[in-house]
Design a protein around this ligand. Structure first.
Ligand code: WT7
Length: 635
């Protein structure tokens, strides 16, 4: 029996049982059979969740780009590795073969070296979804530099914070980016950020929009002339299994974004294995994940997982609404997409448009549909199933996180019967547990609790860059000897999991993970604002939208409220990015607080959702009278 490719439900249960009974054996077999190693490991797993310390394949030596590129050259050299679909549908798509990818990555790697980048250095990548984004990620991995991709929708301030936190020496960016009808001036955002980032020595600039930009002498360099000069052969740096591969920032409920650190061997094995099974990828398939590589979904399931399997992976530069709401389906028809992976927010946005946008196109190539990023509601699930999958393509509702590196709870298509809104069963090697308020595991079915994972899996993030203490506190302190996910979940009568949402102060808006604290900090910078609190409220496209309760200083009280709202959103855009803008801003005299001064967000959440029938006991509040007042003025 091959563990690698699960084809029916019995096989899933067999593989799953084996993976739990003897995890080391299980992962060792997969690692041995499906990857190239320069040296095999001394031990498969060493772990201690209380330190916490996790080491997979210790002693092994490898380079992940050898696994994602070089080893496919003999058998798949002329196969398309990356299929680039530009923003503008009239611009031709690019088919980049494995051979070409090899050349581009080697050249890029040599450019990085020529600019003084060495193993262990951090390189920030701030690029739109163009092929150079994938080339630069892999070029870093080729020479052992640690990439830190920052989503190119983040503001200058957010970018600078992330650059400084991991002390990046270089940034790779472009003159501009295209999004639908808009051209965004990326370089000037970078210029602003680099005013406050003393660690950056070099900025490499990709030409994409031909916009007029300023180039700072000695610091900024156009990429293309350097690529033209570079040799197309670059020996891969031989990495230890636990050497860092990348840092990716994710929001926490408090404070700075967390730089999650992923390492080499375990991440590779896990993303490749999950990709193969969750999408049932076969040799001539054309796989498309619509995420941006600025998020973990893009890292694991546009770049590393697909390429480790020698797959064809689509990179789409544009947006689902340009030139019209049929763009996704036009691309599916044009490239005969076989696996399509997107987010519930995109599904909901497209579902509210006319069905003509879907029905115009031939979607018969599709075999598997995927969703990720937030709970999918029943209506969106059915729309996706009926109109896109025509009831014949299974939907894989994949639950996972930046921290988990790869998919954790998911159906295996054609094996696991799906159930709307359920992520269903744990992937082999994953041991979930539901916990109660007292930290005890809740056994049995038809129960709900806080979702934890009891045993390490190869792609778990190993630390938070520069702050191991915070890593320990955030993930390993709430429950003893368990990784705590921050999500709540229920388990139904057959053991299927349904993720019910965050149980902490993280809000998921359009699939983007946003922490309340950084947004509140930004708002509080407004000179007229005294204090603020952010909560999520249900939104029929974004899943959640942001609702802000703002207390003004006396000086602000006479100001025009709509102007204030605009200014507050402007500050948020500058500090974080447009994704964190508030949909509603209610000005209030006070916020409900506990006697220890903690804001009772539970109450604010209910008010914002217009669900005030049962607010629970408010008598213990410091200022119970404010609740009525807030309800009266709710927006
Ligand atoms: C949070 C992680 C993992 C890639 C994208 C998001 C929520 C993710 C699902 C799903 C319900 C989901 C969770 C999780 N989430 N997938 N299929 N069903 N909720 O990564 O930004 O690290 O966010 O997204 O709340 O904790 P992320």
């Amino acid at each position: 029996m091959s563990n690698y490719h699960i084809k029916h439900l019995e096989e899933y249960y067999q593989v799953y049982r084996k993976s739990v009974r003897n995890p080391e054996n299980f992962w060792e077999e997969i690692a041995e059979e499906h990857f190239v190693w320069r040296k095999k490991w001394d031990t498969v797993l060493e772990w201690n969740f209380s330190k916490p310390e996790i080491k997979w394949f210790k002693g092994a030596k490898l380079n992940i780009t050898e696994n994602c590129i070089d080893r496919h050259l003999l058998t798949k050299g002329d196969k398309t590795a990356i299929l680039f679909e530009p923003n503008n549908p009239d611009e031709p798509a690019k088919h980049i073969t494995y051979k070409e990818l090899h050349q581009q990555v080697n050249k890029f790697a040599n450019v990085l070296k020529s600019q003084g980048i060495k193993k262990g250095d951090r390189v920030c990548i701030y690029l739109p979804m163009i092929p150079e984004l994938t080339f630069s990620v892999l070029a870093c991995a080729r020479i052992g530099a640690i990439h830190s991709v920052v989503f190119a929708g983040f503001s200058a301030t957010a970018l600078a914070t992330r650059i400084n936190d991991s002390e990046c020496k270089m940034i790779i960016t472009s003159d501009g980016s295209y999004r639908g009808t808009k051209t965004i001036d990326l370089k000037s955002i970078v210029d602003e950020a680099l005013e406050n980032t003393p660690c950056i020595e070099t900025a490499l600039v990709v030409k994409r929009t031909n916009s007029e930009i300023s180039m700072k002498k000695g610091r900024d360099k156009w990429l293309q002339p350097l690529i033209d000069e570079a040799s197309n052969s670059c020996e891969p740096e031989i990495m230890n299994a636990e050497d860092p591969l990348f840092i990716l920032y994710t929001s926490g409920s408090t404070g700075m974004p967390k730089g999650m650190l992923h390492t080499t061997a375990g991440y590779m094995v896990y993303t490749a294995y999950t990709f193969k099974n969750v999408f049932q990828y076969r040799d001539n398939d054309v796989y498309w994940c619509t995420a941006d590589i600025g998020w973990i979904t893009g890292h694991s399931y546009i770049v590393y997982g697909p390429l480790a399997n020698g797959a064809t992976t689509v990179m789409f530069e544009g947006v689902p609404s340009y030139p019209d709401f049929g763009r996704f389906w036009e691309i599916v028809e044009k490239h005969k997409i076989t696996q399509f992976y997107t987010a519930p927010t995109a599904i909901r946005a497209l579902a509210k448009e006319k069905l003509d946008y879907v029905d115009k196109y031939d979607l018969s190539s599709l075999k598997v549909l995927g969703t990720v990023g937030e709970p999918i509601n029943e209506e969106a699930w059915h729309w996706y199933n009926d109109n896109i999958g025509k009831k014949k393509s299974p939907i894989v509702d994949t639950w996972w996180q930046t921290e988990t590196g790869g998919i954790m709870i998911t159906p295996i298509p054609f094996a696991t019967p799906t159930k709307p809104t359920y992520a269903t069963l744990p992937f082999p090697g994953i041991q979930p547990a539901l916990m109660d308020e007292n930290g005890e595991e809740i056994k049995g079915n038809q129960v709900d609790g806080k979702l934890c994972i009891k045993f390490p899996w190869p792609a778990i993030a190993r630390t938070i860059w520069g702050n191991h203490q915070r890593y320990k506190e955030t993930y390993f302190s709430a429950f003893e000897n368990c990784y705590f996910t921050g999500d709540g979940a229920l388990r139904d009568e057959v053991g299927y999991y349904r993720i019910t949402g965050r149980v902490d102060d993280v809000i998921i808006v359009s699939g983007h993970n946003l922490g309340t604290a950084p947004i509140e900090d930004a708002i509080n910078e407004h000179p007229a604002v005294a204090e603020s609190a952010i909560v999520g409220f249900p939104h029929n496209i974004k899943g959640n939208a942001l609702y802000g309760y703002v207390i003004l200083k006396e000086t602000g009280e006479s100001r025009n409220q709509n102007n204030l709202r605009k200014e507050i959103n402007q500050i948020i855009t500058e500090h974080i990015g447009p994704i964190a803008k508030l949909d509603k801003i209610q000005f209030t005299k006070g916020l409900p607080k506990t006697r220890s001064g903690k804001i009772m967000r539970r109450i604010l959440r209910k008010i914002a959702a217009k669900d005030t029938s049962n607010l629970g006991d408010t008598s213990t509040l410091l200022n119970p009278e404010i609740v009525e007042d807030i309800i009266k003025n709710v927006l």
